[in-house]
Design a protein around this ligand. Structure first.
Ligand code: 5GP
Length: 206
């Protein structure tokens, strides 16, 4: 189905700075809405149910999978995460843009369902820097950090399946890159024609 809104999907190994980038994008661009995923993992730190995630039990997650409530879901670092179908379809169906901040497995599932989805992969500048960021963040125990770094090698190889790659070395530069990707989508012929029908009509462009 052809939806008028854009579906941006941002994936990256954890610690790459993906969440900060997406958050900063939404602060400067009210046209892009986030999607709140469901997860079976426990809340961390200040996380609040319904804000960062909907924190649900394994049984409830099973129920949502069985009912087809998820557009995609994946097992990431031992916990399940899923994107609920209804909110996304409503928003892009009514012409709004959505950004999904999900893992690469989910991103590829989304691309199969929505070939027009724009897949963005965020890379760290180096593995050493990734380890330093995970350690500095202080959210995960050392064994969890090691697991995340082990998984990162496989995750990084997925970058080739994405439409765009951002290297998050300097945050402001990476944010500029993400904004440029979003902006470029809105300049596409089909998007401009939808956004400015009167201009197109006045110019006799069909
Ligand atoms: P964290 O536990 O650090 O919040 O997230 C772990 C990973 O799961 C991150 O890569 C995050 O982007 C991903 N993730 C969050 N929500 C979803 C989702 O709905 N679907 C998928 N496939 N991955 C998700």
């Amino acid at each position: 189905m052809d939806y008028p809104g854009n579906l941006f999907v941002v994936a990256a190994p954890s610690g790459t700075g993906k969440s900060s980038l997406v958050k900063a994008l939404m602060e400067v661009d009210a046209g892009v809405a986030p999607s709140v995923s469901h997860t079976t993992r426990a809340p961390r730190g200040q996380e609040k149910d319904g804000r960062e995630y909907f924190f649900i039990s394994n049984d409830d997650f099973d129920g949502m999978v069985a009912r087809g409530d998820f557009l995609e879901w994946a097992l990431v670092h031992g916990n399940r995460y899923g994107t609920s179908r209804r909110a996304i379809e409503q928003r892009i169906g009514s012409g709004g843009d959505v950004v999904l901040e999900i893992d690469w497995q989910g991103a590829l599932q989304i691309k199969r369902l929505f070939p027009d989805a724009i897949l963005v992969f965020v890379l760290p500048p180096s593995l050493d820097e990734l380890r330093a960021r995970l350690t500095r963040r202080g959210e995960d125990a050392p064994d969890v950090i090691e697991l995340r770094l082990c998984n990162a090698a496989e995750e990084l190889a997925q970058a080739e399946n994405f439409d765009f790659v951002i290297i998050n070395e300097i945050f402001e530069r990476a944010l500029f890159d993400l904004k440029a990707i979003v902006h470029a989508q809105r300049l596409k012929y089909i998007a401009q024609r939808r956004a400015r029908p009167d201009t197109f009509k006045a110019l006799n462009i069909v």
